[in-house]
Design a protein around this ligand. Structure first.
Ligand code: PLP
Length: 457
């Protein structure tokens, strides 16, 4: 009864992110009530394994009392302190120092936002300010990668390269350019790693040349493209792109909003290829979704250039809730949990997840299994030779998502027929195995769908 009235109130009043308003009104909301570890309980009392950690964010898992306590303690003592007017308080300062220590290379300066989108947006502002400070204000052109996702602010959504974020919004802006994705499974250059790397390097160089070598400000990239379908570049790709940016004299911004905080194994995915970006964005796993927070990591040379350029003037960028003390207290406790064993467990469970999903490769509907650590995807096809995507009539985003739900599994089910996985790092071996087995059950049932039988007969 309570659920029914909530569904109705939701339908009338709550706008859901990235949803079809009409589609959502028709389907109604699905209510979650509670969670512990890697499992959530819905309003019908069904317990599910959260194979997507909320929205790839609850890396530490649900129900950590120590995190709740850290937030409550900070709220009791000092719920808010502004960072404006040279003020501050302990938790954000300690967090900035701890993250500078954890980050690769000289990413020693932290600007805190409320999430990933405004972290990316902050970097756009910092990049522009940097080039102004260097006396090269004409460097106002930005390059990112097809299938990339860099959030949903009015500028960041134009660096994002997913049509739904552009259509009807007048995006991208003319200063926002794209190069092709590495998308190994469907790369027109084939699947040879070196050929893909060489192709991307050549394309970035050609793009900079076409725009004008002295016009390009920065290149944005995710170490693994998340929202585009969990697209994993060949080993060496990200380093090659970083080196190319240095050679071209443009800033390299790594968007680690998904890949940060143990998602792929190390604390940050950039570490895997020993690269240090000029700036790095994070969010999600920073607080494990318990409260909102994002962070821009800024390298020494970017910080120094901006500082010198501004001199005594204020650098006019900030939010009321930059470096919020409650978020910082939560992030500090989450970091302690990571370093106290969750990173280690995530690495072990990531190997188990990848090995388990690999056993699905010979299923008639599976075209590709890819991933790194606790970030993975299974791409569904109806013809393995031709790599034919699932017919749209199968409605993966709703029907296959629901099917997994019925089997006690939450996954991301992308509209193009890709299952995405990002389980909490706290998963047990049994939970990882259940994720794989429940996926197999979804695949077997989908094989019987009339739309699938029609094309596979
Ligand atoms: N950048 C990347 C790589 C992301 O995956 C996301 C969100 O999924 C964002 C930015 C935006 O973060 P948020 O949704 O916290 O604003």
């Amino acid at each position: 009864m309570l659920s029914n009235s909530l569904v109705e109130l939701d339908r009338r009043h709550l706008i859901h992110p990235v949803s079809s308003f009409r589609g959502h009104e028709a389907r109604g909301v699905r209510l979650l009530n509670s969670a512990k570890g890697a499992q959530v309980t819905d309003s019908e009392g069904r317990t599910l394994i959260d194979g997507f950690a909320g929205l790839w964010c609850v890396n530490a898992g649900y129900g950590h009392e120590s995190v709740v306590e850290a937030a409550a303690e900070q709220m009791r003592r000092l719920p808010y302190a502004t960072g404006y007017f040279d003020l501050g308080t302990e938790a954000p300062i300690r967090l900035a120092a701890a993250l500078a220590e954890l980050a690769p290379g000289d990413l020693n300066h932290l600007y805190f936002s409320l999430g990933g989108s405004d972290a990316v947006d902050s970097t756009i502002r910092f990049v522009r300010y940097y080039w102004h400070a260097k006396g090269e204000a004409q460097r106002d052109q930005f390059i990112s990668v097809e299938q990339g996702y860099h959030g949903s602010t009015s500028q960041g959504a134009g660096l994002t390269a997913l049509p739904a974020f552009h259509e009807g919004f007048g995006l991208p802006f003319a200063w926002q350019h794209k190069i092709s994705s590495h998308y190994v499974y469907r790369n027109p250059l084939g699947q040879d790693p070196q050929t893909i790397i060489d192709g991307s390097v050549a394309e970035l160089k050609a793009k900079v040349e076409a725009i004008g070598a002295d016009r390009v400000a920065a290149f944005y990239v995710e170490p693994i493209q998340g929202s585009g379908g969990v697209l994993v570049p060949p080993k060496g790709w990200i380093k090659a792109m970083r080196d190319t940016c240095r050679e071209l004299g443009i800033l390299f911004i790594a968007d680690e909003v998904i890949t940060g905080f143990g998602r792929t194994g190390p604390a940050f995915a950039c570490e895997e290829e020993g690269i240090v970006p000029d700036m790095m964005t994070t969010a999600k796993g920073l607080t494990s979704g318990y409260v909102p927070m994002g962070a821009v990591f800024m390298s020494d040379h970017v910080y120094e250039t901006i500082a010198e350029g501004a001199g005594a003037k204020a650098v006019g960028h900030g939010f009321t809730y930059s470096a919020h003390p409650v978020s910082a207290a939560v992030a500090l406790e989450v970091l302690a949990l990571y370093q106290g064993g969750l990173f280690e467990n995530g690495r072990k469970m990531g190997e188990r997840l990848m090995a388990g999903l690999a056993t699905l490769a010979d299923h008639p509907l599976v075209g590709d299994v890819r991933g790194r650590g606790m970030l993975a995807a299974v791409e569904l096809v109806t013809d393995k030779e031709k790599k034919t995507p699932l017919p749209a009539a199968v409605q993966p985003a709703t029907r296959l998502f629901d099917r997994a739900w019925e089997k006690g599994l939450i996954i991301r089910s992308f509209a193009q027929g890709i299952f995405g996985y990002a389980p909490p790092l706290c998963c047990t071996p049994e939970e990882i195995d259940a994720i794989v087995e429940r996926t197999r059950a979804v695949l077997d049932e989908t094989l019987e769908d009339p739309e699938i039988r029609a094309v596979m007969a």
